[in-house]
Design a protein around this ligand. Sequence first.
Ligand code: FAD
Length: 405
Amino acid sequence: MSTNHRPVVVVGAGPVGMSAALALRALGRPATVLEAGTEDRLRPGSRAIFVHGATLEVLDRSSPGLAGDLAAHGLVWQTKRTFYAGRQVFARTYPPPAAGVLPHFTSLPQVETERYLLQACKAAGVEFVWNAEVVDAVAGPDGVTLTTVAGTRWSAEYAIAADGSRSAVRKALGVPMEGSRSDGWYVVVDVEEDPGDPMPVERVFHYAHPRVDGRNVLLVPFAGGWRVDLQLHDGDDPERLSHGDGLRGWLRAVLPPAYAERVAWASTYQFLQVVADDLADPYRRVLLAGEAAHLFAPFGARGMNSGVPDADAAAAAVHLALSTPVPARARAAVEDFALSRRRAALFNRDAAGAALAHLRPGPRERAALEEAARGADRDESFGHWLDTAPYGPRDLPPGNTIYKY
Ligand SMILES: Cc1cc2nc3c(=O)[nH]c(=O)nc-3n(C[C@H](O)[C@H](O)[C@H](O)COP(=O)(O)OP(=O)(O)OC[C@H]3O[C@@H](n4cnc5c(N)ncnc54)[C@H](O)[C@@H]3O)c2cc1C
C-alpha cells in the first residue's frame, strides 16, 4: 500500500475546499485536494446562488480577478418586493451597482461559482486528485493520515476537511454535530429563464400567497433562471409537490405558465441547524470547514458565505502553524481557528434559526404579522420588517474578519 506525503491536504473539491486551496496557494503553500468524485461529476442542483460581497472580497484576495469574473457572470436585482395575502406591503428599488467596484452581492448558480473556482485553482497550481474518496482519517501529534477507498494513504502535517455535510473525515475523528432539524418542509426549485417571456429581475417574497392556498413563496432571480421556494403547510405531501403535475400545478400559479415546463431542478428539504462540537481534532491537525463543520437553513444565505471565510481562516491557521518552529504556537493557531469559526457558526445558526422561526409563526407571531401587513400603508417600517425578517438578521458574525496576510 503506497503512502504519499504533502504538507497540507484538503479533502473535498466543493466551493469550500477549492477556496481553502486557493488561499493556501496565495500564502505560497502547495495545495493538494482529494475529491471523491470525478472532475465532471454531477453536482446536486444549483444550491448557493446568493454570493455575498464579503465572500467576493475573500476570494478576490486569494485570486485577484476572481470576484470580478463571478460578479460579471452573476446578476444583481435592484428591486425587492413583499406581498401579504396578495397585497404589496413593501417595495424598494436601489440604484445599479457602481461601475468598477464589487457589488454587495451577486446571484449565480453554485455550479458556475465552482467552475470559476476550479479554473482559478488550476491557474494557481493546485493539485487535484479525483476519484479519491477519503474513508478514514487518523490524527496524531505530528500530523494526519488519510486513507482513500482505493487504499492509498496520504500523510500530511495538516488537513483541511471540506468534504461536506456527510464528512467522512469528521466522522472518522468522532466529532459530533449539535443542533436540531426544522419541522417544516420546503420545496426548492430552479427554473430556467424563458427568453420569450422574461420576468422582471426582482426578488419577491409572498406571505400567504392566495394562488397556492396561503403558502409562503420566495422568488429569487439568478443568472440564467429563478429560484422558487415553496413553504409547505403541515400535512402537505412533499413528494407530490416536487414532482410532475403536483409541481407544475403550483408553479403555474406563481410564475408565467411557460416556466412550469422549464424546471432545471427540484428538491424537498427539512433543514438542519447543526454545528460541530469542535472545528479541529484534539491534536489540532485537522481543521473542519464549510458543511463538514455546520449546516444551516438557507434563509439568509449563510452556508457557502460562511464556508468561504472558514476556508480562508483554516488556510491562514495552517500557514502560521507551518511557519513556526514552536509547537505551542502552531497549536494556538489552529485553536484560534477552531474557536473563532465555531463562534461564527453558532452565530450563523442562530441567525438562520431566527429566519426559520419567522417563517413558522405561532398564533401570537401570526397576529403581529397581520397587524404589520395592515399597518404597512401608513408606516413603511412595518413593510420593511415584513420584507427583511424572512432572511433573519443581516449582521455578519463577529470575527468574520478578512484575514490580513
Ligand atoms: C437549497 C439550498 C440553497 C442554498 N443557497 C445558498 C446561498 O444562496 N448562499 C450560500 O452561501 N449558501 C447556500 N446554500 C448552502 C451551500 O450550498 C453549501 O453551504 C455549500 O455547498 C457547502 O460547500 P462545501 O464545499 O462545504 O460542501 P459541498 O458543496 O457538499 O462539497 C463537498 C465536496 O466534497 C466531496 N466529498 C464528499 N465526501 C468526500 C470524501 N469522503 N472524500 C473526498 N471528497 C469528498 C464532494 O464530492 C464535494 O465535491 C444553499 C444550500 C441549499 C441546499
